[in-house]
Design a protein around this ligand. Structure first.
Ligand code: CMC
Length: 442
């Protein structure tokens, strides 16, 4: 890191080219701060002081709207242009030509696998899909109507007690073992939570099937002697998994990194990340989209609904994004995938309402001015519903593929020598010191 320089310390006044000069009008002092990759280091501002015993200047950035908290080589997003790439590969190409497990390998390792590497990777994942029997018993203890995402989060956290060696996060081999376990077991946990809410017997994994084929079987298997996963549904789920695999520093990933920065085991950190994903402003939005569409009920109610949103009486769920100020590229692919799925399942009657909402919103000044476009959650729920999943299961369907993103980002954070325990600063706004008054005297 290049140290920041007080310009008054530079008698020849020769400044590096990539710098910004700040004048502190309180003191008249100037500071020249290096710019790297379009950013300045917040720590470089600490030299800006009025007195020697001042703490030094900080930045104030609620919700980290304009703060890069890490360097990352995993996912690239250009929100203005609507671009998403994993390790340099456009999401459109991966959705078209790759599958989830291959994409997961890419996200984790940085390169696409060779055929031998892929075979080994797939084998290692597919053969770790079983859960300890006690985990099953633990899941059975949930109430009959427990939200599957609540079950998912708690069960992921509980896995740390089954794999105590996972707390050795500094050993790369040990880390990989936990990563493989988590990618392998999340569909099983998800499927058990789904069967639980339906009062159905839990179905154990079938290691002869593909990752998504096995998942569908664990969800749908009833009395068939042999279950053949529907190829269109299997592929659609695989595409949805690819699209949800990573999304750089979103709320859940930020939680994964922040919790992981305390060096806790990956199961505990991932439970926290999944909890962040659960919220309606994040991965819970697809559930909210379906509730919203159901509530609108009829295409003729769409204009009224839009007016209410514009008056601030609610949000158009599945629209808007902190980073995308253009059509979310994932939403485009999902819309196409929906057409494929509807050919098999029949069209979701809510599609008509969604299309009308999109049509009106994309030409309405309120949404245009704020650059609000459909995001990944706008159409994904329609596919999930057409495939027969209850709305409460939608966030779980998001969490399964995001597992690899969380773990890749966690690993990158651990390997980054610049990272330390995440510990933001605050501006204290409470009372100044005051003396305690005993209860009787109050
Ligand atoms: N409907 C109506 N108005 C909206 C919406 C929306 N969905 N999203 C943003 N706005 C308005 C907001 O009221 C504000 O208007 P004004 O400037 O007049 O106050 C302006 O647009 C900027 O909004 P913001 O809340 O400052 O934007 P943000 O970057 O903090 O929020 C967001 C991003 C995704 C939380 C938000 O757009 C939202 O709540 N969308 C609906 C929920 C949703 O679909 N979430 C899924 C996100 S994508 C998947 C994921 O990351 O998990």
């Amino acid at each position: 890191m290049t140290p920041a320089t007080n310009i008054q310390d530079k008698p020849n006044g020769k400044a590096p080219r990539e710098t910004v000069t700040i004048t502190d009008n309180r003191t008249g002092k100037q500071y020249e701060i290096p710019i790297t990759d379009g950013t300045i280091r917040a720590m470089d501002l600490r030299q800006i002081k009025v007195n020697d015993d001042d703490f030094g200047m900080m930045t104030y950035d609620p919700a980290l709207m304009n703060t890069a908290a890490t360097r990352s080589s995993i996912t690239y997003i250009d929100g203005d242009k609507g671009i998403l790439r994993y390790r340099g590969y456009p999401i459109e190409q991966l959705a078209e030509q790759s599958n989830y497990l291959e994409t997961a390998y890419l996200i984790l390792n940085g390169e696409l696998p060779t055929p031998a590497q892929y075979k080994d990777w797939e084998y290692r994942i597919i053969h770790r899909t079983f859960l300890h029997e006690n985990v099953k018993v633990l899941m059975q203890a949930f109430r009959y109507d427990a939200h599957p995402m609540g079950m998912f989060i708690s069960t992921v956290a509980a896995l740390s007690t089954y794999y105590p060696e996972s707390s050795d996060i500094h050993d790369p081999e040990n880390r990989l073992k936990q990563i493989i376990r988590l990618i392998a077991k999340t569909p099983t946990i998800a499927a058990f939570s789904y069967r639980h809410t339906r009062g159905l017997l839990y179905v154990y994994p079938d290691n002869d099937l593909s990752y998504t084929g096995n998942f569908l079987r664990m969800l749908d298997m009833m009395t068939q002697s042999k279950y053949e996963p529907d190829p269109v549904k299997t592929r659609a789920l695989d595409v949805l998994f690819i699209l949800h695999a990573d999304h750089e520093q979103n709320c859940g990933t930020n939680a994964m990194r922040a919790i992981g920065s305390s060096h806790v085991d990956p199961y505990s950190a991932m439970a926290g990340a999944a909890a962040a994903l659960y919220g309606p402003l994040h991965g819970g939005a697809n559930e909210e989209v379906l509730r919203m569409l159901t509530q609108i009920g009829n295409i003729k109610n769409v204009p009224d609904f839009i007016e209410r949103v514009k008056k601030g009486e609610g949000r158009l769920m599945g629209f808007g994004h902190r980073v995308y100020k253009n059509y979310d590229p994932r939403a485009k692919i999902i819309k196409r995938t929906a057409d494929e799925v509807f050919k098999v399942t029949g069209v979701n009657p809510l599609l008509e309402i969604a299309l009308e909402l999109e049509r009106i919103a994309l030409q309405d000044e309120y949404f245009v001015k704020r650059k609000l476009y459909p995001n990944v959650d706008f159409y994904s729920g329609l596919i999930y519903q057409a495939m027969g999943f209850p709305v409460t299961f939608f966030p779980v369907l998001f969490a399964i593929p995001r597992t690899v993103g969380w773990l890749a980002q966690w690993q990158e954070m651990l390997n980054d020598p610049e990272q330390k325990i995440a510990r933001p600063r605050q501006i204290y706004t409470g009372s100044a010191q005051r003396d305690y008054v005993p209860l009787a005297a109050r």
